[in-house]
Design a protein. Structure first.
Length: 221
């Protein structure tokens, strides 16, 4: 099965909205191929970047935050359209993944008293503009399952770099650094169960010693 997809990302640095047009082909786990066809980056204007940074600090008034929520959706739609054209697709993609712009990330509730992760960027703006289904709000769903709110990187790492022979540890650098260890000793079903429970999939790099690979850790899968 081949799927035409566009993935959108804007990080905590708030410098641009990136859109990648890819072809994904299913196959026997852990290997599934993803081919990058086009990548477009739309820089944030100075005023929008300033508002994003204010929102991250909790200093943006509510009505301006709501307007920014829609404006980011419009920017995501523009970036998606550019990626679609660059990929040579005359029809809408099969699916769009829209992460949204993180403005508050507290997966353990240490700062807010409740586990949460909040992103802005209205996905319906993207869906209406490109006439394609949009999947969004990935982080909060993972937090509700006990995860760190970074569910897609370990799944991608598993499919693209997973191996039954080689034990790998992968580092994703962003606003937070995350480590993923795709298990060599488990089936896809057990990986999915672990991922849903948020068990030993990713951890913040602030405590890397917790992720030292051990046979006991691997056996937990």
């Amino acid at each position: 099965m081949t799927m035409r997809a566009i993935g959108l990302m804007s990080g905590t640095s708030a410098d641009a909205m990136d859109a990648a047009a890819v072809l994904g082909e299913g196959g026997a786990a852990p290997r599934r191929s993803t081919k990058l066809l086009a990548l477009r980056s739309v820089p944030f204007e100075a005023e929008m970047r300033s508002e994003i940074l204010l929102a991250q600090e909790g200093d943006l008034p509510m009505r301006r935050l709501l307007a920014l929520h829609v404006a980011l959706g419009q920017m995501a739609a523009d970036a998606s359209r550019q990626a679609q054209i660059a990929a040579g697709w005359s029809e809408p993609p099969d699916v769009i993944g829209f992460h949204g712009q993180t403005v508050f990330h507290d997966p353990r509730g240490a700062r807010s008293g409740r586990p949460l992760s909040i992103q802005i960027g209205e996905p319906s703006v993207v869906a209406c503009s490109l006439r394609a289904p949009v999947v969004s709000n990935f982080r909060m769903a993972d937090v509700l399952q006990g995860g760190e709110g970074a569910p897609l990187v370990p799944r991608f790492d598993y499919h693209q770099l997973g191996s039954h022979e080689i034990d790998r540890v992968l580092l994703n650098l962003g606003g937070i650094a995350n480590l993923t260890r795709p298990p060599t000793c488990s089936s896809m079903d057990s990986w999915k169960r672990s991922d849903r429970r948020g068990v030993a999939t990713t951890r913040e790099a602030r405590s890397p010693r917790e992720d030292t690979p051990t046979d006991r850790w691997c056996a937990s899968f």
